[in-house]
Structure formats: structure tokens, C-alpha cells
Design a protein. Structure first.
Length: 735
């Protein structure tokens, strides 16, 4: 039996409240995953069949973690429970019944790149000017329409101007193209599942009977389609438990509707509300800062994080003169934290927009601090991998023209663009896919050489379609890679990049083999679906030994020992446009709350008096979010982070070594020092201040002689500790 005594009282209440609608308001770091896993295990202990439980998460990583924890608690007793993302759940339902709405079960799931390819071809075929209607803009319109569950016609009825008509025409053709390719995009996984459940009552009844108990994590991030799906599936039994935090709703720009969680009690009358407010992540001062900021939002459920842990260090705030000084300050504190015992991998620098990373990266490189920018190229987005995936998708779905166009001349086999265009026209007249047109073999308008090259390609695909019916998936992939020569072209190359591509291809073969061993019944179809459902949130390594740079949005769900939030200026964070819209401003404040609550032990906030951003230098006021933190919680950022454990290279220890040896740094005889000079400038400096010397660069004041004029300043490893006359030196205070 699961020991619920391991939970705090509120977590236990959440775990034991099983029947009827339940809303669990789980603050940041409050142990919600623990509460959910114990709840699921407790349900199985009570005799609820594992196959009658559906647990929805927002990332594959969260799903894996949830399943592993429940398996440990139940001894593997939850193996028949569906623990997966919304999109994975929908894909599984569609694989079973999608033919009922006019598709075949071997449909392809298009990723963002595929979507771009289709949209560009649609724009071109409609003779629409790409400059006036950029593919990126068209893609955003289509995604927004699908998030609101609007067909092309429904969208156009809301946006029926002359300017909007090309968007409608592309959207309409895009949908027709996907249908003819037997393909769905990411948004379609939800839309088509809703269509299936709404149009096919027996299918809906099957899943309502199957999923008698439903749990949904990160409910504040659900969009209209996800909300409707949850309502449909839980409509019969009403045993719906949603978990979320309205204070962490930061994805309205991609369709998330905070109203879903704020209105849950109205939508599901009689629901039980449980608040998880005890935080197990951060120190008291960090939580106090987070609470003070977020309480300024009006659209939220009342709650406040608290902890039994120590109050910890105050939040350090620093206002630099410009973005380069800000970056130098960040580097100074990262180095100091590392000397005091923090691992580089336990530190993160967060910013509002990706454009802010450049200056930070340059500063880190100059200091020799290793870092990684979260959001780099995914493994499955690499060219050589996407080329092979295109072959595999074509084996599974011969109607997939997007994959055909990518695979047909990779490696080169003498099939040029003009040949493909002629084949495309031939196929369009006959209303068939490009691969089927090759298999039909009747295209005399092409030259004999082109016809032969196309036939060889068609025979290759046909051969491996037969092979995949009997051979293990990894054997099919290995043989296909060898026969096409994709791997060989990189193996014979001397380019360093091609060595990496060779390694990546071998890694892909390993990945297919691993998937095949774990899911022997799923074959290539299952593997490709698994690849398609990998999202950005699953990409960060569990832990690296480098400082992480990322946007505040990307940081959600993560935690670090020390966190730096930079660029806290009006117009930067919050963004300028948010200052004119109350809802956007509240979301910006929730984003600040998310950033603050990523920190476990140390939190650093910074801004600049002026900065160059988007090729424009401008002066900025301090962000209102800093002003919402009480002064008693803030510490003067001009001092470098005080080390909790000194290393041999730290300035304080070097000073200690002077004292132990009986030696004192020489403060007299400095050129230019004159007795009787005024102390007006010297009075500006204090121990811990950051200064900038014209010759020696940035430094930190370590000691001040009793007369107040001579400062002992640490200018870092290269220059060391030097005595400086505060009145005479070409030096300024860095505020």
C-alpha cells in the first residue's frame, strides 16, 4: 500500500480526494508531482483499474517522470494507465479510429519545418506575393485559427477584408494539401480527435467508459481545444482532477486560456479545491519577493507560497550603466558563486527575448566561462536526420509528398527540380501522390533518363515497404541507410561537420533499435510518432556542467541553485506593448513570477540605464516588477556575491594570506597622493562597491584606509589587488 504519511496535509488531501471534480492549485515548487503520483498510486490501491485512469501532462519528460515514480510506488502496477501528453493521447486515439473521419491510420504528423514547406508551396501555387504575406505570418494565422477551432471558412467570416482573403486562400489550400497527403500537423491532433469524438458517438462512449478517472497537469496552459477534449472525456463520470497554477499561466500567445483554470469551479459545480502552498524549492526571501510581485495581479486565485526553510540571502539587485556592464556584473557573480561552491550547471541567466543573449555570450566567452544556450538545434531537426526520417515516413505513408520531395534526391540520384515539377503536374492531373505516380509508371513526357531514375527510387521504397512487414525496425533502417548511401557520403568526407553527421546517423540507428526493443509491436509507425511528439520542453539535458542561458518562457518547469534575471527595464521586461494592455501586463508579471521561483538559493536581478537592443540605443526606467519587491528584501548588487566557501583564488582569502604572513599591502608612496587633499570624491566609495578604473578595468573595493582616501581594490586574477587613491585615480563608481 502507498504510504500517504509521506505527504504534507494538503498533498494528502489532494491524494485522497478521488471522486468528483477536483481543482488542485499547486504553487511553484510545492511538490505537485509528488502529490499526483501518490494520488494515482492510491487510486490503484483502492481497486481502481489502471486502464480506467488517464493522466495528461504537457511534456514527454513530465510523463516519463510521472510513470517512473508511479511504477516505483506500485511495483509496476500502473503499466496499463495512459500517462502521456495531450498530443500523444490524441495520436493514439486517432491511430485506432481516424478512418471514421476520412483518413487512414498510417497518417504522417508534420512538424514545423514540414508545415513551412507546405505553406510556401501553397503561397507559390496561388501566386501570392511572399513579401506581403510572409510564410511565418501565414503560419501564425493558421495556428491561431486552429487553436480557436476555426475552419478556413469560419476564420474568414470573422476576418473578411480584402487584406485577409489571401490568408484564407492559403489556409484552405493548406488543409486540402494535408488531407491529400494523409497528414496532420500538431494542431490537427487535437482538432481531429475532437471531430472524431463529436461526430462518432460510439467512439466517445468507448473512451468515456474507458477513462473513468482523468487527471490533467498544468491545466492553466490548456487551450480551447484541450478544454473541450477534457470536458468531452469526463462528461459521463465527472471524475476530473485538474492541477495547475494560474500564477504561472504564460502562454496566451500560443493559445493557452487562463480562464480555463479561473472558471473551473463554475464549469464543474461542487468541485473540491485544494491549495498546495508550502514550497520545497526556494528560500524565504525569494518566496517573499515572488509573493509581493504576483499579488499585484487581479486575475488570480488567492494564495501565497511559504517555506519551512531558512530565509536565505536577500535578492541582489544591480543597475548597470549599459548592457555590457550588466553582462560583466553577471560574470563577476557567476565566478564568485563558483568559487564559493556552486556548480556552473546549477546557474541560469534568464532574459525576456533571445536578442539579449548576444552580449551575455560575448562576456562569458571573454571570461572563459562555459555556457549553453537552451533552444539550440534539436537532434531530430538536423539535416542528415531529417533526410532519413523523410525516407521512413514515405515507407509508412506513400501519400506524403512533403517527405517524397525531401528524400527523392538525397543523396543525389539525378532527379532535378524540373523532373519533380513535371512529375507533380502529372500526378495532380490524375489526383494521386508523387510516389503513386511513379508506381503507375505512365509519364512519357519525361526523358528516359529521368523516368529510369524515378523508377529506381520507386522500386527502392517498394522494397523497404515490403521489408518492414517482417523485419525489425532497426534492421530496416540500417539496411536502407546503407543502400541509399546517405551514411557513406559523410563517412568519406574529411569535413568536421560530416564526422558529426556520421555520429548522428549511428545514434539514430541506436534510437530506432532501442524503441523497437521497448515497443516491438509499434514498428516504424510508432517510432515516427514518438519523434514527431518531441517538444521544445523535452530538449534540455537533465544537468550540464555549464551555465544555462534561456528565455524566461523556456525556464518554466526548471529550477537552479542560482538564477540571474537580466534586462529588468520598462520596455524590455515588461515589453512596451504590455504597458498598454492590462491582460498582457498581468501575463508579463506572471512571467516574472515564474523566473523568480526558478531560484532555489540565490536570486540576482539586473537592469541597465541604457542599452542597445534591435540596433537602437535607448534609456530605460527600472522595471515596475523590481519596484514591487520591498526594499528590505533587496541587497545592494554593487557587491559581488559573497562566497559561502572560500577558494584559494578568492580575494578575501588573498587578503587573509597577507594578515597571516604579517605583511600588509603598501598604501603609502603612491604617485600623485598629496597630503591635505579633500575627501569629497573618496567619500563616495564603500567596501564592496564595484568600480571601473581607466587602466585596470572593473574591480571590487576590499578595504578602505582609516583616512578614507586609499582603497584596496581587487581587479581580478589578471591585475590582482592594488592600492588606489580614490581622489586622484581615473576611476568611477559603478552603480
Amino acid at each position: 500500500m502507498t504510504d500517504l504519511n509521506m505527504l504534507n496535509p494538503e498533498q494528502r488531501l489532494a491524494a485522497e480526494t478521488i471522486d468528483g471534480p477536483v481543482l488542485i492549485l499547486a504553487g511553484a515548487g510545492s511538490g505537485k508531482t509528488r502529490a499526483l503520483t501518490y494520488r494515482l498510486a492510491h487510486m490503484i490501491d483502492m481497486g481502481i483499474a489502471p486502464w480506467n485512469i488517464l493522466m495528461i501532462t504537457f511534456t514527454n519528460k513530465a510523463a516519463r517522470e510521472m510513470r517512473e515514480r508511479v511504477d516505483r510506488l506500485t511495483g509496476g502496477g500502473a503499466s496499463d494507465t495512459w500517462v502521456m501528453t495531450f498530443h500523444a493521447c490524441c495520436a493514439r486515439m486517432l491511430r485506432r479510429d481516424i478512418e471514421k473521419i476520412g483518413y487512414s491510420r498510417d497518417f504522417t504528423i508534420y512538424d514545423d519545418d514540414d508545415k513551412n514547406v507546405v505553406i510556401k508551396r501553397c503561397i507559390k501555387s496561388l501566386n501570392i506575393n511572399e513579401k506581403n504575406y510572409p510564410p511565418k505570418s501565414v503560419k501564425a494565422v493558421i495556428s491561431d485559427a486552429k487553436n480557436r477551432m476555426l475552419t478556413p471558412e469560419e476564420w474568414f467570416s470573422e476576418n473578411s477584408g480584402v487584406r485577409e482573403k489571401p490568408y484564407y486562400l492559403v489556409y484552405k489550400l493548406y488543409e486540402e494539401t494535408l488531407k491529400s497527403n494523409n497528414a496532420l500537423d500538431f494542431d490537427d491532433l487535437l482538432i481531429k480527435t475532437l471531430e472524431l469524438l463529436s461526430d462518432q458517438p460510439p467512439v466517445l462512449e468507448y473512451y468515456q467508459n474507458k477513462f473513468r478517472y482523468i487527471m490533467v497537469d498544468e491545466y492553466q496552459d490548456t487551450n480551447v481545444a484541450q478544454y473541450q477534449l477534457v470536458r468531452l472525456l469526463s462528461g459521463q463520470n465527472k471524475n476530473l482532477c485538474v492541477v495547475g497554477d494560474d500564477d504561472q499561466s504564460i502562454y496566451s500567445w500560443r493559445g493557452a486560456d487562463i480562464g480555463n483554470i479561473l472558471s473551473f469551479e463554475k464549469d464543474f459545480p461542487g468541485c473540491t479545491v485544494v491549495k498546495l502552498e508550502e514550497n520545497y524549492r526556494s528560500t524565504g526571501n525569494i518566496l517573499a519577493a515572488a509573493n509581493k510581485v504576483i499579488k499585484n495581479n487581479s486575475s488570480r486565485k488567492e494564495k501565497a507560497l511559504w517555506t519551512q526553510a531558512e530565509q536565505g540571502e536577500k535578492v541582489r539587485f544591480y543597475r548597470a550603466s549599459d548592457e555590457r556592464e550588466e553582462a560583466a556584473w553577471v560574470c563577476d557573480n557567476i565566478s564568485a558563486l563558483n568559487r564559493s561552491g556552486f556548480d556552473f550547471g546549477d546557474m541560469a541567466v534568464l532574459y525576456r527575448t533571445n536578442a539579449q543573449s548576444r552580449v551575455l555570450e560575448e562576456a562569458l566567452v571573454r571570461r572563459g566561462i562555459k555556457y549553453g544556450v537552451y533552444g539550440g538545434l534539436k537532434f531530430y531537426d538536423r539535416k542528415e536526420i531529417k533526410d532519413i526520417i523523410a525516407y521512413l515516413r514515405l515507407l509508412v505513408n506513400p501519400l506524403d509528398d512533403v517527405s517524397f520531395r525531401r528524400a527523392v534526391n538525397e543523396p543525389r540520384r539525378g532527379i532535378g527540380d524540373s523532373t519533380i515539377e513535371a512529375l507533380s503536374q502529372h500526378a495532380a492531373v490524375r489526383n494521386m501522390s508523387l510516389l503513386n505516380a511513379i508506381w503507375m509508371g505512365d509519364y512519357p513526357e519525361l526523358a528516359a533518363r529521368s523516368r529510369n531514375a524515378l523508377k529506381l527510387f520507386g522500386d527502392l521504397i517498394s522494397k523497404y515497404r515490403q521489408m518492414m512487414k517482417t523485419a525489425p525496425a532497426d534492421e530496416v533502417v540500417q539496411s536502407l541507410i546503407n543502400e541509399t548511401g546517405i551514411l557513406k557520403q559523410y563517412e568519406v568526407s574529411r569535413e568536421p561537420e560530416d564526422v558529426s553527421r556520421t555520429e548522428n546517423i549511428h545514434e539514430l540507428i541506436s534510437a530506432v533499435g532501442e524503441y523497437a526493443r521497448q515497443n516491438p509491436e509499434d514498428g516504424l509507425t510508432g517510432f515516427l510518432e514518438n519523434v514527431a511528439l518531441v517538444t521544445d520542453a523535452d530538449r534540455l539535458d537533465e544537468r550540464t556542467r555549464t551555465v544555462t542561458l534561456m528565455t524566461l518562457h523556456a525556464a518554466k518547469g526548471l529550477e537552479f541553485g542560482a538564477v540571474f534575471i537580466v534586462g529588468l527595464e520598462e520596455g524590455v521586461f515588461p515589453l512596451t506593448r504590455a504597458t498598454f494592455d492590462d491582460e498582457e501586463l498581468e501575463e508579463e508579471r506572471r512571467l516574472m513570477y515564474v523566473g523568480v521561483t526558478r531560484a532555489k538559493r540565490r536570486l540576482f536581478l539586473s537592469c541597465a540605464r541604457n542599452r542597445v537592443l534591435y540596433n537602437e540605443r535607448r534609456s530605460n526606467m527600472i522595471s515596475r516588477f523590481v519596484g514591487e519587491i520591498p526594499r528590505e528584501l533587496l541587497d545592494d548588487g554593487r557587491r559581488v556575491a559573497a562566497p559561502t566557501r572560500l577558494s584559494p583564488s578568492s580575494p578575501n582569502q588573498r587578503l587573509d594570506s597577507f594578515a597571516k604572513s604579517g605583511e600588509r599591502p603598501r598604501l603609502d608612496g603612491i604617485p600623485g597622493v598629496q597630503k591635505g587633499m579633500g575627501e569629497q570624491k573618496a567619500a563616495l566609495f564603500h567596501v564592496g562597491d564595484r568600480v571601473q578604473h581607466r587602466t585596470f578595468g572593473f574591480g571590487t573595493v576590499l578595504q578602505i584606509r582609516p583616512d578614507g582616501k586609499i582603497l584596496l581594490i581587487d581587479f581580478g586574477e589578471r591585475i590582482g589587488i592594488k592600492p588606489v587613491d580614490a581622489n586622484m585615480a581615473p576611476m568611477r563608481l559603478v552603480k
